[in-house]
Design a protein around this ligand. Structure first.
Ligand code: SF4
Ligand code: SF4
Ligand code: SF4
Ligand code: FES
Length: 647
């Protein structure tokens, strides 16, 4: 029987009954009950060693004939029938004694002073050194370094002069600058210093790969601001209405999370400006790992080291796959032992996006994985070995002849997906996408709506377009078709003949054409509303057919790609301002790609100075059908028309 199937142990803590799995420690059970027991040398990710004794509790049992003993809660396993007291007179006296000794050893430590004060501990009669350091010899730093890093530090000497240091008291060569020892040290004795260019610990210096924004390529979308785990990247509104990302060098931690978040490739990292990872090798898996992972490239895995795997981007993952790597493994670090903690959430989100993209292509999504290796220096190697053996059971994908990746951004991802789709095997990836989003598949002879670029744009960039949901545009299109009497339409991912579509794709009927012809059959908009458009006759007819008033403001200023620039942003803002001056509430755009581009410019994370909503023809129809207003409530708090639901 393992502990999960063994009967629970019953005990009482401070008079309260509780049950716990056998083998659990009293400290964890008490904390689970909300009972506070002070600790100094305990860390949830390390085995307890009972060095500080501060977690002392009194334990007794009805069969012990009144005997009770003081135990360290972090090391004492639960036993049936025991009674534990965390604040008895005996416990408080023992805790006071322990803290008196700790205070005598470290009279300058704030945390020890505070704990001693709470416990009423004093150093009367004990010898103390007013110049003493703050180390209580709890051993957390050496244990965390040994378990999760390189064992660069150790305790040296004995007795009163025992202390934590490196070999021969020199800056430890093995130190990788992870900062885990700094994070866990309970007294702040170990300090890591960030300077504008590096991180310093144990008299070693580790350069920071500082991020810089190329202002010409920044569209102020705010994606980097949302992604930065340290709230360093910010989008600032400048004089003249420009908005631009700012990353102050002195605060940048060099995790690179913002680089992977930027849709236009506007951010670079010092030392990694171009060819960020070199060229993946066809036939062997690519492994993206933190530079502190204790790994090397081998015949069977190609290693790409990064300052932090938060730097990974969807284009990097897809590029490795498209280059013929049978799989890509992203190896993080243990969350609470890295000074760049928090950056890995972004890496995991990008891995998920790349996996979903593989799924759409019909490739096995397990080919791209994120893993946090097991503790110990061999953890990363074991993760790689496991990944390799999983890949061995899958068929090798085709490799494309690709140049090194020079630019990262949404366009690169889309181009890679496009290239891969030509060689991808046919599977039911599309069906899984539809099922996941609750979208209907076509019946045998029923009407079909082509999803076009929506699934892949949604997969690769849904946060970029928020609050717009491109998938909702598909739902709205189905709803409008129903109002036109076209019942039972299913969505198709792919390009068959004879279908409806939101954009031109082979032999299809454009929904906009249907609306031009039959828009008058639909209910009229509740209020008269003006809709800006590009001046083409076809769009004027469409807007009028749906019962809105067209306002010609000239052609769409945005190019047909996502590598937009600060200049593009200026033009877009100018167009929206002109539409607003003309009294329009919406701007008709040509297709879902154009809608996504405009959504990037007007997304929730960027500043807004206008009320005009970019919108598709079919969404206009949806608004009319359901009597929804096009007017947002507040310029900075607008919800996308796509997010509004029918009343
Ligand atoms: S330096 Fe900090 S973590 Fe290391 S033994 Fe001393 S008190 Fe504990
Ligand atoms: S920074 Fe990391 S590698 Fe260096 S001594 Fe501390 S825990 Fe060990
Ligand atoms: S384009 Fe967006 S993500 Fe890139 S730097 Fe500018 S604000 Fe940040
Ligand atoms: S926390 Fe239990 S002995 Fe230190």
């Amino acid at each position: 029987m393992n502990s999960a199937t063994q009967p629970l142990v019953s005990l009482r803590i401070d008079g309260r009954p509780v049950q716990a799995p056998p083998g659990a420690f009293v400290l964890d059970v008490a904390r689970g009950m909300g009972i506070d027991i002070p600790t100094l040398c305990h860390h949830p990710d390390l085995e307890s060693v009972g060095a500080c004794r501060l977690c002392v509790v009194e334990v007794t049992h009805p069969e012990w004939k009144g005997w009770s003993g003081l135990m360290t809660a972090c090391l004492y396993p639960v036993k049936d029938g025991i009674e534990v007291y965390t604040r008895s007179d005996k416990v408080l006296a023992a805790r006071r004694g322990i803290l008196s000794l700790l205070l005598a050893r470290c009279p300058n430590s704030d945390i020890i002073r505070s704990l001693a004060e709470q416990a009423g501990a004093r150093i009367d009669g004990l010898t103390t050194d007013p110049n003493a350091d703050n180390c209580i010899l709890c051993g957390l730093c050496t244990r965390i370094c040994e378990t999760y890093a390189t064992g660069a530090i150790t305790t040296v000497s004995r007795g009163a002069v025992k202390r934590v240091s490196s070999f021969a008291n020199q800056p430890p060569e093995e130190c990788i600058g992870c900062g885990a020892c700094v994070i866990v040290c309970p007294t702040g004795e170990i300090q890591g210093q960030r300077t504008p260019t590096d991180y310093q610990v144990w008299e070693r210096s580790f350069p920071t790969a500082i991020c810089t924004v190329n202002t010409a390529a920044c569209i102020g979308c705010g994606s980097c601001e949302e992604a930065c785990p340290f709230s360093v990247a910010r989008v600032a509104l400048r004089a003249g209405g420009d908005q631009m990302a700012v990353i102050p060098e002195e605060h940048c931690r060099g995790c690179g999370v913002c680089v992977g978040a930027c849709p236009t490739g506007a951010i670079t990292q010092r030392g990694l400006e171009s060819n960020v990872v070199g060229q993946p090798k066809p036939t062997i898996p690519s492994v993206f790992a933190c530079a502190r992972s204790n790994l090397t490239s081998s015949e069977s895995a190609h290693l790409f080291e990064m300052p932090c795997v938060g730097r990974i981007s969807t284009p990097l993952l897809l590029h490795a796959m498209a280059s013929g790597a049978p799989g890509v493994l992203v190896l993080g670090r243990h969350q609470s032992t890295c000074r760049l903690n928090g950056s890995e959430d972004s890496a995991q989100a990008r891995v998920r996006a790349a996996r979903d993209a593989l799924d759409l292509l019909g490739l096995d999504p397990r080919r791209i994985q994120f893993e946090e290796p097991a503790p110990g220096p061999d953890g990363p190697r074991a993760s790689v070995a496991r990944f390799q053996s999983m890949l061995a059971s899958l068929e090798k994908p085709e490799s494309l002849s690709l140049p090194p990746l020079e630019h990262e951004g949404l366009d690169t991802s889309l181009a890679l997906i496009n290239k891969m789709s030509r060689s991808a095997v046919e599977t039911d990836g599309g069906a899984r996408f539809l099922e996941k989003h609750g979208l209907p598949t076509p019946s045998l002879h029923g009407p079909v709506l082509l999803a076009g670029c929506i699934p892949i744009l949604h997969t690769l960039g849904k946060e970029l377009f928020a609050p717009l949901s491109l998938v909702d545009a598909l739902r709205q299109a189905l709803d409008v078709l129903e109002h036109l009497g076209i019942i039972g339409t299913g969505i198709r991912i792919g390009a068959p003949k004879s279908a409806f579509a939101l954009e031109k794709c082979g032999d299809v009927t454009l929904l906009d054409d249907v609306l031009r012809g039959r828009g008058r059959d639909l209910p009229r908009p509740a209020q008269g509303m003006k809709v800006a458009f590009d001046g083409t006759e076809a769009n004027r007819i469409l807007i009028e057919a749906l019962g809105y008033e067209p306002v010609d403001i000239g052609s769409d200023p945005l190019p047909d790609h996502f590598s937009l620039t600060a200049q593009d942003r200026k033009r877009a803002v100018g167009t929206l301002a002109e539409a607003e001056r003309a009294g329009a509430h919406a701007l008709l755009v040509a297709n879902p790609r154009a809608l996504a581009r405009w959504a990037m410019m007007t997304r929730a994370g960027s500043w807004r100075s206008h009320r005009v909503q970019p919108i598709l023809g079919v969404q206009l129809a949806y608004h009319a059908v359901h009597g929804l207003s096009l007017a947002p409530t507040h310029p900075n708090r607008v919800s996308s028309p796509c997010m509004q639901v029918a009343p």
